[in-house]
Design a protein around this ligand. Structure first.
Ligand SMILES: Cc1cc2nc3c(=O)[nH]c(=O)nc-3n(C[C@H](O)[C@H](O)[C@H](O)COP(=O)(O)OP(=O)(O)OC[C@H]3O[C@@H](n4cnc5c(N)ncnc54)[C@H](O)[C@@H]3O)c2cc1C
Length: 521
């Protein structure tokens, strides 16, 4: 009897992934590399996968644009690896930002009157962030604006320089004054996170090399098509009931039910709380700590609006424009950017398409969206975004681990940490690791390090040791650098082609960077 039992194939785990944004798609792809272990179904409320990493057509359908997520940094190892596995190429871009207008104008690439005037404070800020970094466990609970007030930084420095800069880094919008001071220090000092080097003369004095995503919708649909999971679009989860046996019964909006062994919620925390019929006390408390705000975005071609509101100098080729509101509302901002600098096909078509973000619907009275010429508006969109307030980092991020895995339920999505595309993808891969899928990119030391940190913080877990050792051995046998294990398995392709794809990740980033700086790729 024992031997007949041992010959039985192990039961496949039926996994439901809720949401096909970056997190959900990455999770489903990673699990689907092991069809003998997992049967994966993804339920997505929208007609297409991608979530906020989306594309749409404008100008009578003649041009496709990525209309929310645009790009990332070379440290986005997981995104870059995925792009490469599925044959997509990122485009190099330089991040050039124009802050403020008139005498409040400054940039990350040229000197200005404001930075000259505020230079002593810029220097003092450099000393302060080093202290914050040394005392990180303390400063993690203190909002940046409070710290700057304690240390008597001027209104102008706080609201014309630091606030818009942080808002841009994190997409924190009008919650920026409440961002944890420790997080700000990390952005300047942590070598793995650093986007800009701190400059004691001008605060910023570099043009970071970034990359822009190819057409996002193509990426997600290609991954879904070439992978071994079932993507069900237009199928919103309406209710999830976890059963005493450890599984769950999911019901969609049409009332159809299906049973699963495990669930990965890769949608927003608000939807989790709405659909999970029997959350534990801790799940309710912790997920309730993720705060969302409603923003509005106009995609337009109104150059006059841009010239009136921002410091637009075509020769500078800035891609971001940030301004704070006047007077008592100086702690609130409006942001725009030139989509055409991120999406070269628009430039080639002779188009300058802008997007302007109006933040927090509760502050609607400040918005100047009505000043955009309606005949020049190409698209508009309402969005729910979570905020990186200090409470996010104090009351949710470090505690989320205690609900990961409760009743075979896992949580993925950028809200589990910070609002970036890289965290979204990593969170999906991490949920897959917790369910038993091998981590796909162990050969990339930076990616593996980032994943280990994510797993430790968001799950209180680590990659299985035995697996790490096997992967290191496999790597050594293949001659080290870049060889992906069979677990790397690009879906739809053979493991060898996937490995070859992954192998090129580092040169790809370097190539993108060097070609963008005019050096040979
Ligand atoms: C406007 C904007 C621009 C951004 N730009 C950048 C950028 O340039 N670079 C960068 O690094 N980051 C950027 N970000 C942040 C980053 O892209 C996001 O954090 C990331 O894409 C979020 O992915 P996600 O999978 O966590 O969530 P989402 O993309 O929100 O995916 C969640 C999915 O769940 C689905 N869903 C919701 N409810 C249900 C339900 N009941 N049943 C089934 N499915 C459901 C949704 O339809 C959605 O597809 C941007 C964010 C926004 C909003």
């Amino acid at each position: 009897m024992g031997s007949s039992q041992s010959r039985e194939p192990p039961k496949k785990q039926r996994v439901l992934v809720v949401g096909a944004g970056a997190a959900g798609t990455a999770c489903a792809w990673s699990l689907s590399r092991f069809p003998e272990r997992f049967e994966v179904e993804v339920w997505e409320a929208l007609p297409v996968p991608g979530g906020v990493a989306s594309s749409c057509k404008v100008k009578d359908g003649r041009h496709v644009i990525n209309d929310q997520v645009q790009g990332g940094a070379p440290s986005y190892r997981h995104n870059l690896s995925l792009l490469q596995l599925f044959g997509f190429k990122p485009t190099p871009v330089h991040m050039r930002i124009a802050f403020g207008v008139g005498e409040k104008q400054w940039t990350n690439h040229s000197p200005s009157e404001l930075t000259t005037r505020l230079q002593p404070e810029i220097e003092r800020f450099g000393r302060l962030i080093r202290w914050i970094s040394r005392l990180e466990p303390l400063f993690v609970f203190i909002p940046i604006d409070r710290v700057l007030k304690w240390f008597r930084f001027s209104h102008e420095f706080r609201y014309e320089m630091i606030l818009p800069l942080v808002a841009l880094f994190f997409g924190t919008g009008n919650q920026t004054p409440h961002v944890s001071a420790a997080v700000i220090a990390r952005v300047f000092l942590d070598p793995d996170l650093r986007l800009f080097d701190y400059c004691p003369q001008r605060l910023l004095n570099s043009v970071p090399e970034m990359f822009a995503f190819p057409v996002l919708e193509d990426i997600w649909t290609t991954i879904a098509r070439q992978s071994n999971f079932k993507l069900c679009c237009n199928r919103p989860l309406a209710k999830l009931v976890r059963t005493p046996g450890g599984g769950a019964v999911a019901m969609d909006a049409a009332g159809t039910s299906a049973a699963f062994d495990s669930v990965v919620f890769a949608c927003d925390a608000e939807t989790v709380l709405k659909t999970l019929s029997n959350p534990t006390w801790l799940e309710r408390r912790l997920l309730g700590n993720v705060r969302y705000y409603t923003d509005y975005c106009l995609t337009h071609e109104d150059h006059d609006y841009m010239a009136r509101k921002y410091d637009v100098r075509p020769a500078q080729r800035d891609n971001y424009f940030v301004r704070t509101y006047a007077g008592r509302d100086a702690d609130k901002i409006e942001m725009s950017f030139n989509l055409s600098t991120y999406q070269p096909h628009l430039k080639e078509a002779g188009l300058d398409i802008y997007q302007t973000y109006y933040l927090d619907a509760k502050q609607k009275h400040l918005w100047s969206d009505k000043e955009v010429d309606p005949s020049k508006v190409l698209a508009s969109r309402w969005m729910r975004q979570f905020a990186h307030t200090w409470t996010h980092f104090a009351c949710w991020v470090p505690w989320g681990r205690f609900i990961q895995g409760t009743h075979n339920t896992y949580y993925a999505g950028s809200y589990t940490m910070v609002n970036t595309q890289e965290i979204a993808v990593m969170s999906g891969l991490a949920a897959a690791v917790r369910l038993g899928a091998d981590y796909p990119f162990p050969h990339d030391p930076l990616a593996a390090k980032q994943m280990d940190t994510y797993l430790a913080v968001a799950h209180g877990a680590s990659r299985p040791k035995q697996l790490q050792q096997q992967q290191q051995q496999a790597q050594a046998q293949r001659g080290g650098a870049g060889a992906g294990g069979s677990s790397t398995g690009g879906s739809g392709g053979s493991s060898s082609s996937s490995a070859a794809g992954v192998k090129g990740v580092v040169p790809l980033v370097a190539g993108a960077v060097s070609s963008s700086s005019g050096k040979p790729a």
